[in-house]
Design a protein around this ligand. Structure first.
Ligand SMILES: C[S@@+](CC[C@H](N)C(=O)[O-])C[C@H]1O[C@@H](n2cnc3c(N)ncnc32)[C@H](O)[C@@H]1O
Length: 291
């Protein structure tokens, strides 16, 4: 069982970047356990100015208990943004801290990690149909190679995909871990299965599709001089955010200002918090010409 604890990544830096003011309207697209949200809410001064989104039912339950006056939405963030856009609401501060929480990773039954043996699940939204087991047991070899290469930067994607196909049906996280270890004999500091687990998780949760959909909506929900901050954990995601910020300056009749990037490896946060080693925070201020 997980101890139910998540240390927010780049907390001080994220709050400084968002630079909340009293009365600002805050949208947290990946509220998780509310670590970032709690700090922002302290400054904006009124919990009911916060809209907190997560697609994990367990996280949502905790958020509702911790922030009873906030608006908590259980949804994937692309869907939540569509809904908020239809309502015509806008925000001064928007945060997305992508990926999984430590609580999800540490909870054995969720199947995100290989520390404990469990069913190959990996769904952030427990009501979704597609699981890691479906991906591993039904995708073609070429689809698996694509997933492992694109989402895991896995240099031995062909050999791993071939072994997955030969070893079907795969049922448990231990089976997947030991299969990858057959491809990587010898000592390595990092468990060689880390990349495969990350890749399958990203596929199961359509994390890249979600990010692209969200970016296409996000500027339409920003108030004049709103601050937007996105924390990513791998190069593919970071590249998408970086290009989007750059290419969209001027789109939707707005102007992107104060583009900033902060790598966790340059901060002491990466020493305190192992999960944050690869985190990159990209932020901007949005000047909406219509306002
Ligand atoms: C890294 S954690 C965020 C932790 C949070 N900032 C905190 O301080 O507690 C990411 C959270 O975002 C959620 N999440 C990831 N992708 C999502 C998506 N596309 N839509 C909604 N929630 C998502 C996960 O379920 C997880 O709870």
């Amino acid at each position: 069982m997980s101890n139910g604890y998540h240390t927010p990544v780049l907390l001080k830096e994220t709050v400084e970047t968002l630079s909340p003011n009293k009365g600002d309207k805050y949208l947290d697209l990946t509220a998780g356990y509310g670590g970032h949200a709690a700090e922002v809410i302290k400054t904006i001064g009124d919990e009911s100015l916060a809209t907190l989104v997560d697609r994990d039912a367990f996280a949502v339950e905790k958020l509702r208990l911790r922030f009873p006056k906030a608006r908590v939405i259980q949804s994937d963030f692309a869907g939540a943004l569509e809904m908020l856009k239809a309502e015509g609401v806008k925000f001064d501060l928007v945060l997305a801290d992508l990926g999984v929480s430590s609580v999800q990773l540490d909870e054995a039954s969720r199947g995100f990690g290989f520390q404990n043996n469990s069913d190959l699940d990996m769904r952030m939204d427990q009501s979704q149909d597609l699981t890691a087991k479906d991906v591993l047991n039904s995708y073609s070899e070429s689809e698996l190679i694509r997933v492992l290469k694109d989402y895991g930067d896995e240099p031995r994607s062909r050999r791993i995909a071939g072994l997955i196909k030969q070893s079907r049906p795969l049922n448990s996280t231990s089976e997947l871990e030991s299969l990858v270890k057959q491809v990587y004999t010898g000592y390595s500091k990092k468990n060689p299965a880390t990349r495969t687990f990350q890749a399958v998780r990203i596929e199961v949760n359509d994390e890249i599709g979600q990010l692209k959909k969200a970016l296409n909506l996000i500027f339409q929900l920003l108030e004049q001089d709103a601050r937007l901050a996105i924390i990513t954990f791998h190069s593919l995601e970071d590249g998408i955010v970086k290009r989007f910020y750059k290419d969209n300056s001027g789109k939707y009749d707005g102007l992107v200002k104060d583009l900033k990037v902060l790598k966790s490896s340059d901060t002491i946060d990466s020493i305190r918090n192992l999960r944050s080693r690869s985190a990159i925070l990209r932020s901007l201020t949005y000047e909406n010409k219509h306002n």
